[in-house]
Ligand binder design. Structure first.
Ligand code: SAM
Length: 248
C-alpha cells in the first residue's frame, strides 16, 4: 500500500511575515512578498504557501489573486504552534562584519533564544547593524524551519551586562585562558543559560576578573586551540544544545 504523501509537500515555499496570523484570516502581502511568490517563484492564485509569524506559529495558506502588484493569502490551517525555544542566550562581542552576521545566522539555526551583542575593551567593532542581523536570522529561520526568531538585543557594554545579570541564569564564560571542560560544565548546570564570547583580541585582565567574580559565571575551555571568535561561538552553542539543549 503506498504511503499518502505528506501535506504540505516539503517543497512548499515558506516565508516569515511580520504580523500576527490566524486561521481564516485574509493576510495582505507586502510588495517584496508578492514579488517573491509571483515573480521569483512564479506561483499563481490558489497555490499553497507556508507562513510563520514568530508569534503564534506556522500556517498553510492559499495565495489570492494578484492585481497591480498587490495580493493576499488566506490562512487555511495551523501546521505547528510557535516552537518553545531552548533557554540559551548567546552574548558575543561584535566582530568583523560578515563574521558577525554569520554568528547571528548560526545562532538562529542552532536554536538560540536571544542574541546579545556585547561591547568589550578590545572589541574592534563598536557598532552593529541590527537590521542586517535580523535579516540573516529570518533567512536562516525560513530555511531551517524554525517558527521562532531569536530576540536581538541592542549593543550593550560588558560592565552593564554583568551589573544587570539575572540571578537565575548561568553564564558560561568561554575563557581563552582556560576553564573547566565545556561539555562537563554545561551538563553540570542545566537550566537557563548564556554563553559569552570575546572579541578577536580576547578579554583584558580586568574584564576576565569581573566576569569570574559573577556568582553565575562558569569559566569554560573550548579545548587546547585558540578558536576564532565565530568558531568559538558556533562551537559553544553546539556543545550546549547537544548537552542540555533540545538535541539531547
Ligand atoms: N586574542 C585571544 C588570544 O590570543 O588568546 C583570542 C581571542 S579568540 C580569537 C575570541 C574569543 O573566542 C575568546 O575571547 C573566547 O571567548 C573564545 N575562545 C577562543 N578559543 C577558546 C578556547 N580554546 N577556550 C575558550 N574560549 C575560547
Amino acid at each position: 500500500m503506498t504511503a499518502t504523501p505528506a501535506w504540505p509537500p516539503k517543497s512548499t515555499p515558506r516565508l516569515f511575515v511580520d504580523r500576527e496570523l490566524a486561521v481564516g484570516a485574509e493576510v495582505p502581502l507586502d510588495y517584496p512578498e508578492v514579488r517573491y511568490f509571483f515573480s521569483v517563484l512564479r506561483l499563481k492564485e490558489g497555490d499553497p504557501v507556508r507562513l510563520f509569524d514568530n508569534r503564534t506559529g506556522e500556517y498553510i495558506a492559499r495565495l489570492g489573486a494578484i492585481a497591480s502588484g498587490r495580493s493576499s493569502a488566506r490562512i487555511e490551517s495551523l501546521l505547528q504552534p510557535r516552537e518553545l525555544t531552548p533557554d540559551l542566550w548567546l552574548c558575543a562581542s561584535p566582530i568583523q562584519r560578515d563574521n558577525f552576521a554569520l554568528v547571528a545566522e548560526k545562532a538562529c539555526e542552532l536554536g538560540v533564544r536571544k542574541f546579545v551583542p556585547v561591547e568589550m575593551r578590545r572589541s574592534q567593532v563598536r557598532q552593529i547593524n541590527a537590521t542586517r542581523l535580523v535579516k540573516r536570522m529570518i533567512e536562516a529561520a525560513e530555511q531551517c524551519e524554525r517558527t521562532a526568531l531569536p530576540e536581538v538585543e541592542p549593543l550593550v557594554r560588558l560592565e552593564k551586562l554583568l551589573s544587570e545579570w539575572p540571578s537565575d541564569r548561568m553564564l558560561f564564560f568561554c575563557d581563552e585562558r582556560g576553564g573547566d571542560p565545556a561539555p562537563a560544565a554545561m551538563a553540570a548546570h542545566p537550566g537557563p543559560a548564556a554563553i559569552l564570547i570575546g572579541p578577536e583580541g580576547g578579554f583584558d585582565d580586568s574584564e576576565n576578573a569581573a566576569i569570574r567574580a559573577l556568582p553565575q559565571a562558569v569559566p569554560v575551555s573550548l579545548g587546547p586551540r585558540i578558536l576564532r571568535a565565530e568558531t568559538a561561538a558556533i562551537s559553544a552553542v553546539t556543545l550546549w544544545m547537544g548537552t542540555v539543549g533540545d538535541w539531547a
